[in-house]
Design a protein around this ligand. Structure first.
Ligand SMILES: NC(=O)c1ccc[n+]([C@@H]2O[C@H](COP(=O)([O-])OP(=O)(O)OC[C@H]3O[C@@H](n4cnc5c(N)ncnc54)[C@H](OP(=O)(O)O)[C@@H]3O)[C@@H](O)[C@H]2O)c1
Length: 270
C-alpha cells in the first residue's frame, strides 16, 4: 500500500470540512476535535499538513493569520505587504481560505491591498468574503466589490451607505460607543448566514480585535526572516506592565520553506 501523500491529505482535510467525502478519503480519519489518524504510512510532508490544518476542520473554528517580519511588521508604513512571506506561506494561506466558510479583512487591507481573497494556489472552494468597514471608506472600485468572483459581505455601521456590486450584500451592524463593531456580534451575523468556520486574514488591527475579544481558537503567525524596521504592526493589544500578563498559549512550529509558522492554540471562547 502506498503512503498517504500531500494530495490525499489535502483532500481529507477538505472532506472533513465539507462532510461530503462520500468515503473518498477513508485512509485518514479526522475527528470532531480536529485530531487525525491514518490507516497506513504517511509521508512526512502529508503528516505536517495534517498536523497544521486538522485543528481548523473543527466546526465553528475561528482562526486568525498574520504574515510578519522578524520585527513584527506586516507591511511598510505606506501599506506595501507584497510580499512579506514566501510562496509556501501563500500556499498555506490559500489552504486556510479553502477550509473556511468566510474570510474576514479590515477596511485597511481591503483598501491598501485590493485583495481577491479567493483560492488560487490549491484546489478548493472560495469562501464568502467579508469586509469590516464601519465608516464605508473602502472604495467601490475594489475587486471585492466588482469582480463577482465570490459572494462578499460589506459590513458597515448602521446608517452608512455600503458598496453595491455583483454578489455584494450589505450587513449593517450597530457600532459600540467607540464606533467599533463587536467581534462577537460580527461572528453572530456570520453564523446567522451559516458561516461558522472563519478565517480572520488581516490586517493587524482586525486580528488584534478578535484576539483581544478572546474569540480566536487559533492564530497562525508566519514569520519571515526579514527585518522591515518600521511599518504596520502585527498584533496590538492593550498595554501591560509585567510579562505575567503576556499571552503564552501552547504553540507548535512548522517550516514553510524559509518562513516559520507559529500555530498558537488559543483555546477559543470560554
Ligand atoms: N502580512 C499580512 O499577513 C497582512 C495581512 C493583511 C493585511 N496586511 C497589510 O496590513 C495593512 C492593513 O492592516 P491594518 O492593521 O492597518 O488595518 P486592517 O486591520 O486591515 O483594517 C483596520 C480597519 O478595519 C476596520 N475594522 C476592522 N475591524 C473592526 C471592528 N471590529 N470594528 C470596527 N472597525 C473595524 C476599521 O476601519 P476604520 O479605520 O474605518 O474605523 C479599522 O481601522 C495593509 O497595508 C495590508 O497590506 C498584511
Amino acid at each position: 500500500m502506498t503512503a498517504i501523500d500531500i494530495d490525499y491529505a489535502w483532500r481529507s482535510l477538505r472532506d472533513a470540512c465539507t462532510g461530503r467525502g462520500d468515503g473518498m478519503t477513508p485512509a485518514v480519519t479526522i475527528d470532531a476535535d480536529g485530531r487525525w489518524r491514518a490507516d497506513g504510512a504517511v509521508e512526512p510532508e502529508a503528516a505536517a499538513l495534517l498536523d497544521t490544518l486538522a485543528p481548523i476542520t473543527r466546526a465553528g473554528t475561528v482562526v486568525g493569520q498574520l504574515g510578519q517580519s522578524l520585527d513584527g511588521r506586516i507591511a511598510t508604513i505606506t501599506g506595501a505587504s507584497h510580499y512579506v512571506t514566501g510562496a509556501a506561506s501563500r500556499t498555506h494561506l490559500h489552504r486556510l481560505r479553502a477550509l473556511v466558510d468566510a474570510v474576514v479583512v479590515g477596511a485597511g487591507t481591503a483598501q491598501a491591498d485590493d485583495p481577491r481573497l479567493t483560492v488560487r494556489h490549491v484546489d478548493g472552494a472560495d469562501p464568502v468574503r467579508v469586509v469590516l468597514d464601519p465608516n464605508a471608506r473602502v472604495g467601490p472600485d475594489r475587486l471585492l466589490f466588482t469582480d463577482g468572483a465570490a459572494p462578499t459581505l460589506h459590513v458597515v455601521a448602521q446608517g452608512r451607505r455600503a458598496c453595491r456590486g455583483p454578489g455584494v450584500e450589505t450587513v449593517a451592524v450597530a457600532p459600540d460607543a467607540a464606533g467599533a463593531l463587536a467581534p462577537a456580534t460580527l461572528l453572530a451575523a456570520l453564523a446567522a448566514r451559516g458561516l461558522r468556520r472563519v478565517l480572520v486574514e488581516g490586517g493587524g488591527l482586525t486580528v488584534s480585535r478578535f484576539l483581544a475579544a478572546g474569540l480566536l481558537d487559533r492564530l497562525h503567525v508566519v514569520v519571515a526572516p526579514m527585518v522591515i524596521g518600521s511599518g504596520r504592526p502585527a498584533v496590538t493589544l492593550a498595554e501591560i506592565e509585567t510579562l505575567d500578563a503576556a499571552l503564552r498559549p501552547p504553540c507548535c512550529t512548522h517550516a514553510l520553506d524559509a518562513d516559520t509558522l507559529f500555530d498558537l492554540d488559543l483555546g477559543g471562547p470560554g
